[in-house]
Design a protein around this ligand. Structure first.
Ligand SMILES: Nc1ncnc2c1ncn2[C@@H]1O[C@H](COP(=O)(O)OP(=O)(O)OP(=O)(O)O)[C@@H](O)[C@H]1O
Ligand SMILES: [Mg+2]
Length: 381
């Protein structure tokens, strides 16, 4: 155990690169810093290579060296993306103000004069290392927060798009549905009165097209309709069983094997019809994607902390990496015109979001698609 702790401590030790052309100076510095992990370089080229490869936490740099002096080395370090953030401290016998100014100009953070006082050297290094650690933590935190912000912005943008499109589609579809209904009624009357078989067929085609437009309008309306229906405690497993029961004929006709893994999960606050619609859209998409022979759809539920996770996976054609984000956008479809409107997943996204949940898709190459819906469990459960 002690050995293990010792090893871990060694792994966590901070590292310092000592750069000086005089071996005796390097040895002297090393003696003061023996509890750090140390790297050495006796010339500029080696110093640059070691800094890039070993990424020390701090570099102690002599100023006067043959070939490349300390200022030059420091300029190179600060000009290289992989080494520019490593703090550089000059250790030098030159202690004129001009030298100090030049050192700071080329990017050093401190100057230590020779002959070196061990206690001061250690204290300064420890201060700079602490500062560096804080800076690294802050940088990590900042990049984490900024990617969270990007993600939120993307979601807001998507929600905004959906909402605008929703208003547009519901007003257009409202204007379309009455005249379309009238046309369908007139065509149906004509078809009933028509004796000529050819013309009867043509009228049949027209009526079929009217119905297709009506279906499209219905899905556009549900897309635009805000969630006003009442949410109540809903068992997602019951919803799954109902939808699978309704789709049984489709599975049978297309030879699709269904695997269910439903764990006992708490009820969630949901609008039952809307959750059914989500599942129905996911299942019909999976049915469209699976191969004609050996199609499989896996539906599962499980509780994970404060969420119920519902997953619909299939062994179908999968979704290319470029399309993974686009599938939730309205009207994105890869299906033939008469097979898909591209609204199904947008509707799912809208419904799930209005339930404070999330919907995601993964599609490992050659391994179908997995849609994951997460719905929060109410506080009191
Ligand atoms: N399980 C899946 N496997 C492979 N691709 C899928 C799957 N689910 C969705 N997709 C892709 O996402 C696209 C968008 O799906 P979405 O349900 O929104 O529209 P659609 O199925 O094309 O039309 P509809 O509005 O009739 O549902 C599909 O056209 C398909 O390319
Ligand atoms: Mg669909």
């Amino acid at each position: 155990m002690e050995q293990l702790q010792g090893k871990e401590a060694a792994e966590e030790r901070k590292s310092i690169l000592l750069v000086d052309d005089m071996v005796s100076n390097v040895k002297l510095l090393a003696r003061h810093l023996d509890d750090y992990k140390l790297y050495f370089a006796l010339d500029g080229a080696t110093a640059l290579a070691v800094a890039e490869q070993c990424q020390p936490d701090v570099i102690l740099l002599d100023v006067m060296m043959p070939d490349m002096d300390g200022f030059e080395i420091c300029r190179h370090l600060k000009g290289n993306g992989r080494t520019q953030k490593i703090p550089v401290i000059f250790v030098t016998a030159k202690n004129s103000e001009d030298d100090e100014e030049l050192g700071l100009q080329v990017g050093a953070i401190d100057f230590i004069s020779k002959p070196v006082n061990g206690a001061i050297l250690r204290a300064r290094i420890s201060n700079h290392l602490e500062l560096k650690e804080h800076r690294d933590n802050l940088t990590g935190l900042l990049s984490e927060k900024s990617s969270e912000l990007d993600e939120t912005y993307e979601k807001l943008l998507h929600a905004e798009k959906l909402s605008t499109l929703g208003k547009l589609t519901s007003s257009i579809s409202h204007e379309f549905s009455s005249p379309l209904f009238g046309m369908e009624q007139i065509l149906t009357t004509f078809r009933e009165q028509e004796k000529n078989a050819d013309r009867k067929n043509m009228l049949e085609v027209c009526i079929g097209e009217c119905r297709r437009l009506r279906d499209l309008i219905r899905s556009m309306q549900s897309f635009g309709r805000p969630t006003t229906s009442h949410k109540c405690p809903t068992d997602l497993n019951t919803i799954i069983n109902d939808v699978l029961y309704l789709c049984a004929k489709i599975f049978e006709k297309n030879n699709i094997h269904i695997e269910k893994k439903l764990q006992s999960v708490p009820r969630v606050d949901a609008v039952e019809d809307q959750m059914k619609q989500v599942l129905f859209n996911l299942i019909t998409n999976a049915c469209d994607a699976v191969p004609q022979e050996g199609g499989r759809i896996m539906v599962s539920t499980v509780r994970q902390a404060r969420h119920v996770i519902l997953e619909v996976a299939d062994n179908g054609c999968g979704i290319g990496a470029d399309d993974l984000q686009a599938v939730f956008a309205p009207f994105f479809t890869t299906k033939q015109e008469d097979r898909g409107t591209g609204l199904g997943l947008s509707i799912c996204y809208g419904i799930v979001t209005s339930h404070n949940g999330t919907i995601e898709v993964k599609s490992p190459p050659g391994d179908g698609a997995v849609f994951t819906v997460r719905i929060p469990v109410p506080e009191e459960s």
